[in-house]
Design a protein around this ligand. Structure first.
Ligand code: PEP
Ligand code: MN
Length: 245
């Protein structure tokens, strides 16, 4: 039996109404499962594009209405969770907020899937413990997402810790997703890292896709095009036939 790999794809950031709807339609055609698009962006540099905020959520919801694709976006504060938990399908908690225990506790009172990214240099135990802040309440719907950890080589953005996949599978009952985009930081690596993650047994992938990568307002170096994603999806099917359930 072929294993189903859930594909979450979309731009790093929602940049305009037109941009997210245009990309969402292309991703729908490729059979993507969930549309991503950041609207509250935790940028390392405060002078970089910070996302469209509340306006961006409206565009993301419109893209969902047009395509039927469920949506995921990162929320960064308790206030944002209270405002938007009911309006989005999966709440993303970013690497920078994995240690924000008050935010995690707030998520424990919702029956809403949360994709919890691994902190930039978090150990497995710290990451798993962070997930327990959410599952200690009524919320059982946590997905863990490996997104690369900080290494010492500056040629790539982070180091994709593929070992996280078998470790999380052995030591938790939670699904494990992999985000090769923020790990590699370079678009030419995404195909190979995505396939490696699937071969290692991940349950899903989160990949940044932009139809005009050169124009992307954030993370343009790691954005792949819809046609590059299409090739990844085809190749994943071949691997998932080999690895089975
Ligand atoms: C993102 O997915 O856009 C993002 C900011 O990811 P991370 O929290 O892994 O850096
Ligand atoms: Mn990004």
């Amino acid at each position: 039996m072929k294993k189903k790999i859930m594909i979450i794809a979309g731009p790093c950031a929602v940049e305009s109404r037109e941009q997210i709807i245009r990309i969402a339609k292309k991703l729908k055609e490729l059979g993507v499962d969930v549309l991503r698009g950041g609207v509250f962006k935790p940028r390392t540099n405060p002078n970089s594009f910070q996302g469209l905020g509340d306006e961006g959520i409206k565009y993301l919801i419109e893209a969902k209405e047009i395509t039927g694709l469920p949506i995921i976006t990162e929320l960064m504060s308790i206030e944002q969770v209270r405002m938007y938990a009911d309006k989005i399908d999966i709440i993303q908690i970013g690497a920078r907020n994995m240690y924000n225990y008050e935010l995690l506790k707030e998520l424990s009172i919702y029956n809403k899937p949360v994709l919890l990214k691994r902190g930039i240099s978090a150990t497995y135990d710290e990451w798993i413990n962070a997930s327990k802040y959410i599952t200690n309440g009524i919320n059982r719907r946590v997905i863990l997402c490996e997104r690369g950890i900080r290494g010492f080589d500056t040629n790539t953005r982070n180091v994709l810790d593929i070992q996280a996949v078998p470790y999380i599978k052995k030591n938790t009952n939670l699904p494990i997703f992999v985000d090769p985009s923020h790990a590699a930081g370079n678009n030419y690596m995404i195909h190979d890292m995505a396939l490696a993650a699937v071969a290692a047994g991940c349950d899903g992938l989160m990949i940044e896709v932009h139809d005009r990568p050169d124009e992307a307002l954030s993370d343009k170096e790691q954005a792949i095009t819809p046609s590059e994603l299409s090739k990844i999806i085809d190749d994943i099917k071949k691997i998932s036939e080999v690895i089975g359930e």
